[in-house]
Structures are given as structure tokens and as C-alpha cells.
Design a protein around this ligand. Structure first.
Ligand SMILES: Nc1ncnc2c1ncn2[C@@H]1O[C@H](COP(=O)(O)OP(=O)(O)OP(=O)(O)O)[C@@H](O)[C@H]1O
Ligand SMILES: [Mg+2]
Length: 271
């Protein structure tokens, strides 16, 4: 059976340009990145800063074009933006003049599907993420974690089969982040969506994923694919199991953090 998502030899070269009179070289952001993911599978993407993870997500979403290679989602070659995914960015980017409910329903307005059923689903999702009492609040009246939960509801309102998440919890404090991880696992179980989840946190990547993809330094290609076979349901206690440590160790090895001196790892992140 064909996988739900197939990324084959994806390559992206940003062309040279002249900014402020200084010509830049063409920049190879992705180099023959290949991997597959199944329907309902949760895939975490780890890799050094600047290696091309956001570029890859944007290509999978059809927001930018690839230079070569093939991306197939649910049997269709991705050639431009399509409706069947939800995208969650690092910052919630809610519309400050709209209340929570209207922010969640915004995609349905764009799709001209703001029906009573959609409104009911928005309330259901807000209940699911613990924001049932805040549907009339404005974004500025919510904490960062609450705003990110609204962004998650907005990404899920049209019941996408694919959820693309680019460091969605990177700006949150540790405890809120742990809560959001559990919430995301619950939502994933409820919606059966496939998830591609970019994070810089090795333990978050392992905790959430069925499979962790570790990308090389730019240009990104898949350096390791780690299957995480933690028993379900996962709880915060799973983090202290031998399986969890083993998966974290494999990810650390693939990222080179166990062999490189600390200063080299820092330079790599700054590059
Ligand atoms: N529109 C663009 N034009 C030119 N270069 C770009 C563009 N977008 C990204 N790049 C370059 O592509 C490379 C990969 O960027 P990308 O944002 O995909 O990295 P990343 O892995 O998401 O990094 P981070 O972990 O820091 O978010 C970087 O060198 C970046 O400068
Ligand atoms: Mg990025």
C-alpha cells in the first residue's frame, strides 16, 4: 500500500540575488531529502538551525515550490497550496480584532463554509483544548499557551488529514509545553490526522512521535530515521523509561551532539 505522504529527492535551491548591491550565491536549502509517512502517523523533524526544516514544511504545504523531486500527499502531487492541511507556526498569529471563536472560524470563512455545523465544531475544539469559556475573549486577554491552543483549533477546524507544525511550542514555558504535548497527543488520537512536527527539543520530538527524522546540516537530507516504540498511551512517566532514553540517545548521536565538542555544536547552531 502506498504511504499517505511521500517526499522523494526533494531539493530546494534559493536563487542568487542582489540585495543592497551585494550578490549572494545560490543557496541549497534541501538536498535530495526523502522519507515517507503513513496516514495517522506522527513524525517529528529534528535538525540544526538553518538546515531547511521550515523550507521543507512550506514545500509540503505547497506554499513555495521545490526545485526538483516529488512530493505526494494522499495520492496527489503537491504543486501549490491545497486545502487539506492545517499549519501551526511558532507564533500563534491570531487576528487581534477578532474574538477567539472568530479566529478559529476564519479558515471556514475563507472556504465559505461558516455553517452552524462549523460553529458547533469550533466550540467542540475549544472545549477539547480547555478554552470553552473563552470563545468571546480577544487574543490579548489570553496567555501565550492559550493563544497557541486557539491557533491549534484554527488549524484543525476544517478537519485536515495532515497537520504541519513548525516549532509550535518553542516559545512556551516548560510546564505549559508538557501540557500542550499531551493535548496534541489527545487531539491526534481524536482526529487521526498525520502530523509533521518540527522541534528543536529532542525530548519533545521523542515523546510525541511514532518516528523521528533527524536532518543533516544544510543542505538538509535525512541523516537518521528513528522509530519510537513507546507503549501507548504515553504519559509524562514515559520520559523516564529505557525505551525513551534509547530513542533520545539515537537522536543525539544522529545530531552529532555526543561526539562533537560543545563549542562545535554551538557554532553549528549559530551557522
Ligand atoms: N526565501 C528565502 N530566500 C533565500 N534563502 C532562504 C529563504 N528561506 C530560507 N532560506 C535559507 O534556507 C536555509 C534553510 O532555512 P529554514 O528556515 O528552512 O531553516 P530551519 O531548519 O527551519 O531553521 P530553524 O531551525 O532556525 O528554524 C537558511 O540558510 C535560510 O537562510
Ligand atoms: Mg525553521
Amino acid at each position: 500500500m502506498q504511504s499517505f505522504g511521500v517526499v522523494r529527492d526533494a531539493r530546494k535551491v534559493f536563487p542568487a540575488n542582489e540585495l543592497g548591491g551585494r550578490a549572494t550565491e545560490p543557496l541549497v536549502a534541501l538536498d535530495n531529502a526523502s522519507f515517507t509517512f503513513d496516514r495517522g502517523e506522527f513524525v517529528s523533524l529534528l535538525g540544526p538551525s538553518g538546515c531547511g526544516k521550515t523550507t521543507l514544511l512550506r514545500i509540503v504545504a505547497g506554499l513555495i515550490s521545490k526545485t526538483s523531486g516529488s512530493i505526494v500527499v494522499d495520492g496527489h502531487e503537491v504543486t501549490g497550496p491545497y486545502g487539506d492541511y492545517g499549519f501551526v507556526f511558532q507564533s500563534p498569529s491570531l487576528m487581534p480584532w477578532r474574538n477567539v471563536l472568530d479566529n478559529v472560524l476564519f479558515p471556514m470563512e475563507v472556504l465559505k463554509r461558516r455553517t452552524p455545523r462549523a460553529v458547533a465544531r469550533a466550540h467542540e475544539l475549544l472545549d477539547l483544548v480547555g478554552l470553552g469559556g473563552f470563545s468571546r475573549s480577544r487574543p490579548h486577554q489570553l496567555s501565550g499557551g492559550m493563544q497557541q491552543r486557539v491557533a491549534l483549533c484554527r488549524a484543525l477546524i476544517h478537519s485536515p488529514k495532515l497537520l504541519l507544525m513548525d516549532e509550535p511550542f518553542g516559545a512556551l514555558d516548560e510546564l505549559t509545553r508538557l501540557d500542550m504535548n499531551d493535548l496534541l497527543l489527545r487531539i491526534r488520537a481524536e482526529t487521526q490526522a498525520s502530523v509533521l512536527f518540527v522541534t528543536h527539543s529532542i525530548s519533545e520530538a521523542v515523546y510525541l512521535a511514532d518516528k523521528v527524522l533527524v536532518f543533516s546540516r544544510r543542505p538538509a537530507r535525512v541523516a537518521a530515521e528513528i522509530t519510537v516504540s513507546l507503549p501507548a498511551p504515553r504519559t509524562q512517566a514515559s520520559r523516564f523509561s529505557a525505551e525513551f532514553s534509547a530513542a533520545e540517545r539515537k537522536a543525539c548521536e544522529a545530531l552529532g551532539v555526543l561526539t562533537a565538542p560543545a563549542s562545535a555544536a554551538v557554532q553549528e547552531r549559530a551557522a
